[in-house]
Design a protein. Structure first.
Length: 370
């Protein structure tokens, strides 16, 4: 349902049109470390199909991808691909079997870091260098900030033809979401990196406007609800990239696989409730509208007319300000043939290229089913 076709016409006032504004096209990008290369491939297909986005939203690595898409210095598709090729490590021997390659790359990243993404604290001199039990982080992500700035021009976010950018993070002190929205905030690389401080991998937090912020995935890895809250007037056509598989029919065989599956379940898309609530709200608004129309056409005494006038005002506010629904959602879901706990830390060039290729392929399949 794209609009309210019925007009609200009170007995003693001019006709008021309560129409839903044009639908917005939204891209939702999850967090998932090196798996974000899959989102790059997805975006390449969407871009080639001429799909333009009004809102691009993400958390963690999804926020970084979203930022490049929203305000790339040059072509967003080419810049995003170049960004991921910059992050790829050139140390892992090529053409290794996936299980060997992913473990080698993850181990190398854990020990030596990634020169374009994060740097281990044990390679940096500091006052507490010999007191690791006092450390609050293991990796400094300043290199990632420099790489991001290489590809983005944040001033473009203020241009009218740029997508609206929404990135999410988690306030450490009150466990609440901290949302940065280019419509209201002067977003910089610091805001985006605040969304990517994943504590379980030892990434440092960020301090923004007196708030200490961690990765947005701690609260919600699929920021669709945050987009609806930020833009409640427009219906939505949503493209959502799901990096973590919903289904895994082979049960874990050991504790590492147990942790892997538990991690997937923690980060998997959980927007089904949001979609159900959207449909329920739409039905309720339709029922309220029908009841309103019945009263509108009824003969009312003066006291009832006054009461009806107050109800009408509140109805208009609810229908106009909070009545948006999701018209369509297209999910592009990553699949996996093997289960590795640290697959999101595999930055080997072969893996990055395969993720991009798979994302591009899966997006084409998803678009063909619309």
């Amino acid at each position: 349902m794209n609009s309210f076709q019925d007009a609200v016409q009170p007995t003693s006032k001019p006709k008021m049109n309560i129409s839903r504004q044009a639908s917005e096209t939204v891209l939702i990008l999850q967090g998932g470390g090196s798996l974000g290369a899959y989102e790059c491939g997805v975006y390449k297909s969407l871009h080639k199909h001429g799909i333009k986005f009004d809102i691009v939203a993400g958390t963690s690595i999804g926020a970084i991808n979203a930022t490049i898409i929203a305000c790339a210095k040059n072509d967003p598709m080419k810049d995003l691909e170049s960004f991921w090729l910059d992050l790829a490590d050139g140390v892992t021997p090529p053409n290794l079997p996936y299980n060997m390659r992913s473990r080698f790359s993850a181990m190398y990243s854990a020990v030596f870091g990634n020169p374009n993404a994060f740097f281990p604290k044990w390679f940096l001199p500091s006052m507490d260098y010999f007191f690791p039990f006092l450390w609050s982080y293991l990796y400094d992500n300043t290199p990632l900030k420099n790489t991001l700035n290489k590809y983005v021009d944040f001033k473009k976010l203020r241009e009218r033809n740029s997508p609206r950018l929404i990135v999410t993070s988690t306030d450490i002190e009150n466990a609440r979401p901290s949302i940065f929205d280019s419509m209201y905030d002067n977003i910089t690389a610091d805001h985006v990196l605040a969304s990517a401080g994943y504590p379980f991998y030892g990434i440092s937090w960020a301090k923004i406007n007196g708030r200490y912020l961690w990765d947005g995935t701690l609260l919600n890895n699929t920021p669709l609800r945050e987009v609806i809250d930020a833009s409640p007037k427009h219906n939505k056509n949503v493209y959502l990239v799901d990096l973590f598989p919903h289904e895994q029919h082979d049960l874990p065989r050991n504790m590492v696989e147990v942790w892997h599956r538990a991690r997937d379940i923690t980060h998997v898309d959980k927007t089904l409730h949001t979609l159900r609530m959207s449909k329920l709200i739409n039905r309720q608004l339709g029922l309220i509208r029908n009841m309103h129309d019945i009263l509108d056409k009824s003969s009312l005494d003066e006291d009832s007319k006054t009461m009806f006038s107050n109800i009408q005002k509140e109805y208009h506010e609810i229908a106009q300000e909070r009545g948006a629904i999701i018209d369509q959602i297209v999910r592009i879901q990553r699949k996996e043939d093997s289960h590795f706990l640290f697959e999101d830390a595999d930055f080997s060039i072969d893996t990055i290229k395969n993720l991009m290729k798979n994302g591009e392929r899966d997006a084409i399949l998803a678009l063909s089913e619309i």
